[in-house]
Ligand binder design. Structure first.
Ligand SMILES: NC(=O)c1ccc[n+]([C@@H]2O[C@H](COP(=O)([O-])OP(=O)(O)OC[C@H]3O[C@@H](n4cnc5c(N)ncnc54)[C@H](OP(=O)(O)O)[C@@H]3O)[C@@H](O)[C@H]2O)c1
Length: 344
């Protein structure tokens, strides 16, 4: 499979890019078909992925025109620049950044939840992968919508430092090591508070807010509505940076128009691709980050009705932000494109 595609990974030295390269190689994509691009800082170096030494190229304008598939994993500004350079009818771009997610002609695909939306893209041929904060809980909302309408969603998103890229991982590691040797953490550009042994209820920690909600919280609201193709319910997200390296969790309460029981929701979730239940309240079975890291599924548990209303249901969900929230979802989009090409 995927034998003849020429593939570029822009941002292949970052945490999401490296995870994607591993997934491509594990899926037997011929290594000679993959080219890796990054900033001038790492151009000319090699990175080791799954035992292969992969050369890193600098990105020159219009250089990507000869590729069939370009994965963009280098941030929104780079994605915008690349699309501007290539105009229309270039390669198919699978973009992990937020640059084009809300554009009307750009499908925003969470594989397993809205695969059908892949049919509608404009001449730029961009397909976007959603923000990693809401990927653990959107499939559950989609299942609830099979039963009834949603009135309101409260979502507390607990987000590991790798969601902020390799610098996030470095900062948590340095601060944690430093604190054990009684060193005061150095200032950094990413977090404006110490993250080691702390939680920061603001993502990003500095930046413009609209209606007192952060940019990340607006992504959760807008992208959830777009993926579910309905905006007739309100969402109150709180995005919190946690001192964990990998895995994003969400503690969610949904207010529904009609009663839905935990067993009804569990049965619906059992039908979904890429979702697993760890939810046996009597045996104290529930998911944690350690269940999700490195895995290909979203893990859901603690499903319960409010004690006074079966129209209110809560749950806890966790997934690997670098896989379901980024690289694996991008790969699954690539797989869907392959299937589409084959069926024509
Ligand atoms: N991390 C996650 O959980 C996650 C989840 C969903 C979406 N995303 C999205 O995925 C993208 C990458 O995020 P990340 O977390 O992997 O960040 P990262 O670890 O900071 O990596 C950034 C990558 O971009 C490259 N880059 C920077 N400037 C460049 C330039 N001018 N030209 C070409 N490449 C350049 C970097 O290359 P150097 O190594 O040379 O600096 C590096 O490969 C972002 O758009 C992010 O929003 C990330």
């Amino acid at each position: 499979m995927h034998q003849n595609m020429k593939i570029a990974v822009v941002g292949g030295t970052g945490v999401a890019g490296k995870e994607l390269l591993s997934i491509l190689i594990q899926a037997q994509t011929p290594i000679e078909n993959i080219s890796v691009f990054a900033s001038k800082n790492s151009a000319g170096s090699t990175i080791n992925i799954e035992g292969y030494d992969v050369f890193v190229h600098t990105l020159e304008p219009k250089q990507l025109a000869d590729f069939n598939i370009v994965f963009l994993a280098a941030g929104s500004a780079i994605s915008r620049q690349i699309i501007e350079d290539h105009g229309i009818r270039g390669p198919i771009f699978i973009d992990k950044s937020s640059a084009f997610r809300m554009d009307e002609g750009v499908p925003l695909i969470l594989a397993g939840t809205n695969d059908n939306a892949l049919t509608r893209f404009d001449d730029r041929q961009i397909i976007a992968s959603p923000n990693c904060a809401m990927t653990p809980f959107v499939p559950v909302l989609s299942s609830l919508l099979q039963f009834t309408s949603i009135n309101h969603v409260d979502a507390v998103c607990l987000q590991s430092v790798s969601g902020a890229g390799k610098t996030g991982i470095d900062v948590l590691e340095q601060e944690t090591r430093g604190l054990f040797t009684f060193k005061e953490p150095e200032e950094n550009e990413l977090f404006d508070r110490r993250i080691a042994f702390n939680l920061i209820p603001m993502i990003p920690t500095h930046g413009a807010m609209i209606s007192d909600h952060t940019e990340e919280e607006w992504k959760v609201i807008d992208e959830t509505h777009k993926i579910l193709e309905r905006s007739d319910f309100t969402i109150s997200p709180t995005c919190i940076r946690t001192p964990t390296f990998h895995g994003h969790a969400a503690s969610v309460t949904v207010h529904l128009k009609d009663d839905v029981s935990p067993d009804e929701l569990r049965r619906a979730l059992e039908q979904l691709n890429y979702v697993q239940l760890i939810d046996d309240p009597k045996q104290f079975q529930y998911p944690t980050h350690l269940d999700a890291i490195g895995e290909d599924d979203i893990f859901v548990g603690r499903i319960r009705n409010h004690p006074q209303s079966k129209k209110i249901i809560s749950f806890y969900a966790v997934s690997d932000n670098l896989r379901i929230g980024a690289a694996l979802n991008a790969y699954r989009i690539y797989d869907l494109i392959q299937q589409k090409i084959k069926s024509h």
